[in-house]
Design a binder for this molecule. Sequence first.
Ligand code: NAD
Ligand code: LMR
Length: 328
Amino acid sequence: MSPAPVNVAVTGAAGQICYSLLFRISQGDLFGPDQPVRLQLLEIPQALGALDGVVMELMDCAFPLLADVQTGDDPEKVFDGANLALLVGARPRTKGMERGDLLEANGAIFTAQGAALNKVAADDIRVVITGNPANTNALIAQQNAPDIPADRFSALTRLDHNRAKSLLSKQTGAPVTDIKRMTIWGNHSATQYPDLSHTTVAGKPALDLVDHSWVEEEYIPRVAKRGAEILAARGTSSAASAAGATVDHARDLFRGTPEGDWTSMAVVSDGSYGVPEGLVSSFPVTTSNGDWSIVEDLDVSAFSRSRIDASVAELESERTAVKELRLI
Ligand code: NAD
Ligand code: LMR
């Protein structure tokens, strides 16, 4: 007998990212080949027609694991009983914008959704924020859900993590599977810090294999500005890779990071590595059964310190901005 379906709420369900994400979830990429899922899809009223078309396509795939699909525009109805909420729905930036410029436009979405999750989600709810600016939107949702433990919220820096691995793989000629202990610190923004200090490539320190000037002048800026590079090339922001990273993030959260490795997630800081408590900042984390732990006691060089501090300062200014907007 198959287990009871997991209830997965997804917002922005008629958007670009979800056009890939919903199909990945339904084919078992998140919870594995034996776990049925029920999709609970939220959209704004104007997009419910387009969402009907996406649901028709989901039906037409005849996914064996897709137990049910519900749709709606009321978060209190759509989030009812959700075990996992993937908050994707938000406006993407357009050319010339930084992700933080979206705070005013998108922040309010996350007050209402945090409050609705607080009211109607299942007791074991986990919430993953992809919509930008992801870290501070996660802070807003978390602050508006006082009855949900803060460690149930996380925001996506997995796309940056994957980009950092892929670019290092290209530079060293090693397959991505040889790359372990990659870390993204800070904000999912141009200030993020992809840190190779603890990264290994086939067991060797990554920093022994690449030039320091390449790391500082090419690697870090390329990873940090990859979203803008894609936006310039495609005319719209990354979508399939963002869906892939959302699947990777949520899959690892539930099914665990491999022994001897870690991943990057933006989580509510407990003060580790000098990141002020309460900020949603990216750290190296290990995961298991829906929970995460920050990897502690890593050495932080003076260069790393200055990079982490710069990104954390940006997160602090975003927190001040959303306080002024009365979103938290
Ligand atoms: P999109 O414009 O194609 O889709 C967004 C969808 O969200 C739209 O269908 C819209 O109707 C819906 N929406 C808006 N407000 C909503 C609300 N209150 N409730 C439910 N749905 C709502 O955008 P996209 O390309 O799918 O990107 C979605 C978000 O993800 C953007 O903010 C984008 O910047 C962000 N993003 C994040 C990452 C990351 O790594 N964190 C990567 C790529 C994109
Ligand atoms: C990305 O990193 O590709 C996304 O956050 C989209 C963006 O605005 O850069």
